[in-house]
Every structure is written in C-alpha cells, then in structure tokens.
Write a protein that binds this ligand. Structure first.
Ligand code: ATP
Length: 295
C-alpha cells in the first residue's frame, strides 16, 4: 500500500483522478511538490547550462511510517554518473530502485550524504530549476483533458507549434495524430480520441522530447502494452535516451541489455555496478534476475 504515497507511483494515481476530471496540472505540481521538508534554498544557485553529471555521496535515506518509525530504503549510496550515460536500475521488489530515482528530482532529500547535479548540491538549486532539467516518463502515460497538441506542449510551454510537431515526429506520433478526426486539435479523453495504450505512451514520449532535458528518468512499464506495440515504443525510448543522462527502472531484458551501465540494488544498497557482460559473468544476483526477466 505504501506505493500509493510514492511520488513516482503517485503519477498513476493522479492519472486516474485526471481521467475523472478532478485534477489539473497545477494540482499535479502541488502534489509533486508536497513532500515534507523539500523546500527552495534561501539563496539558490543559478545554473544555466547543465551537462547532466549526477553524483551520490554516502547517501542514506529512510521513510517514516505513520507511527514515525524509520524504514531504511537507501544505505551508503555513492556513485558518479557521467553526462549522457544510460543507467539501468535492477533488483528485487523493494530493493530501493524507485527511491533512488525519486531522490534526483528531490521528491525526497537524503537523511545523510549529498546528491549533486554537475557540481551543485541539489539542495542549492531552486526546485523549479532542478526539475526543469529532469524529465520523468512514468510507467503509464499521464494525459490531461485537452487537445493532443496541448498535451504535448506541456513538455515546454514556450515551444512553437512547429517544435511541438517535431517532437511528435520524433516520438513517431505524428502519423496517428494526423489520422484523428481533428488532427492535433483532437480532444483526448472520454469524449475525444480513444487512444490506445501505445499511442498515449507516444504522446508522453513526445512531451519528453519537447522538454529536451539533460536528465531523464524512465519508469519502465511492467506489463501493459501488447508486445508488438511495446517493442516499437522501445525504439522511441532508446532515441529519447540519446545524449541524456538516463536512469531506467528496468523490467525488460532488452532494456537492460542496451544500457551502458547497470546498478543492481538489494536491500537499499548497490550490490553490483557494471556493464551487462561484466555482471553476467560474475554477479550471482544479477544472473538470477535475468533468468526471471528473460522474456
Ligand atoms: P519495486 O520494484 O517493487 O518498485 P523498488 O526497488 O523500487 O521496488 P522502493 O519502492 O524504492 O523499491 O522501496 C524501497 C523500500 O522502501 C521498501 O522497503 C519499501 O517498502 C519502502 N518504501 C518505498 N516507498 C515508501 C513510502 N512512500 N513509505 C514508506 N516506505 C516506503
């Protein structure tokens, strides 16, 4: 049940509320910013050009349950991720992958240790500035009531019409959009276009292309789409990762296979860090995980 409170997983819950017409983008922002104690610094450091290096130094993090007891989720995490590296996060359920990824946009702050983007501690940045440099693609696409065009434009509100369409082309969404009754102006949702899971994902990917942030967090779908739609989406996702520091909560063998680097999580620690080949040769847990995911 804790999953309902996790910001990354909350997106799914918000999705349902949106479907019922109860939420707006403001509300999404509010929910995402509502984490206790995550605040803007009094004198924020401004960053303009972000390369996308991410580093964790001795990071410990615990959740608190309703009685205030600590639930350790990350212990002694230290690593350096160079700009542009594609990192797959693997490990058993509850190992800390989502928590790790959630720390980068500051859904939670470390209890101990520090996290840096390029060379700046995340806590020194204005939250908005930090999150402008990070794109999150959730497991299930979050679409808002409005047109397809508006849904893509959310990626970057000052984008031109042509940029919105270019992002749709990059996500291979342009063609099916043009086939909708009103093209880009087609409403999504109950009284508008009935989009398939794959098409919604492509709109979400188009939004991510439009945002064009140097850091990308992908929460890979565990099941959902049919396998053909899934394998085609994988190509667009691979395009999206190019040139961006990417963290993928990975469930698929094919994703793990193409990552530059794999982090194996267990019990809140990183117990393996290497390339696919390195880990396959010598890492027992990794081999077991692969056995379970090899389909
Ligand atoms: P999964 O693959 O199932 O998504 P995961 O590797 O992403 O798992 P996390 O969700 O990061 O694991 O969970 C790490 C630990 O933190 C687990 O023990 C989990 O029970 C706990 N946890 C996660 N989110 C919360 C929360 N919001 N409140 C309390 N405990 C939490």
């Amino acid at each position: 049940l804790y999953m309902c409170y996790d910001p990354m997983k909350k997106l799914g819950e918000i999705h349902n509320r949106l479907k019922q017409g109860e939420a707006s983008l403001d509300r999404l922002e509010m929910i995402l910013n509502a984490e206790e104690g995550v605040t803007d610094p009094p004198q924020p450091v401004s960053i303009s050009k972000v390369e996308g290096r991410v580093s964790f130094k001795d990071v410990n993090f615990s959740y608190k349950d309703q009685e205030g007891r600590e639930i350790p989720a990350l212990r002694g995490i230290s690593l350096e991720v160079p700009a542009g590296q594609v990192v797959a996060l693997v490990g058993p359920s509850g190992a800390g992958k989502t928590t790790f990824a959630s720390m980068i946009p500051r859904f939670y702050d470390p209890v101990e240790g520090s996290i840096r983007l390029d060379d700046v501690d995340l806590g020194e940045l204005r939250l908005k500035d930090l999150r402008d440099h990070i794109t999150i693609v959730p497991q299930e696409a979050v679409l808002f009531s409005g047109t397809i065009f508006e849904n893509i434009k959310l990626g970057r509100m000052n984008a031109s019409d042509e940029e919105v369409k270019e992002a749709a082309r990059q996500a291979h969404a342009h063609d099916f959009i043009m086939m909708q009754p009103h093209g880009y102006d087609t409403q999504v949702g109950e009284r508008g276009a009935q989009l398939s899971g794959g098409q919604k994902q492509r709109i979400s990917i188009a939004r991510a292309f439009l945002k064009n942030a140097p850091v990308l967090i992908l929460d890979e779908a565990t099941s959902a789409l049919d396998s053909e739609a899934e394998s085609r989406i994988q190509e667009e996702l691979a395009d999206l990762t190019r040139g961006r520091t990417t963290f993928i909560i990975a469930h698929r063998f094919s994703t793990i296979r193409i990552a530059d680097r794999i982090l194996v999580f267990e019990g809140g620690k990183i117990v393996g860090d290497g390339t696919f080949q390195e880990l396959q040769e010598k890492h027992h847990l990794f081999r077991n995980l692969l056995e379970m995911q090899r389909h």
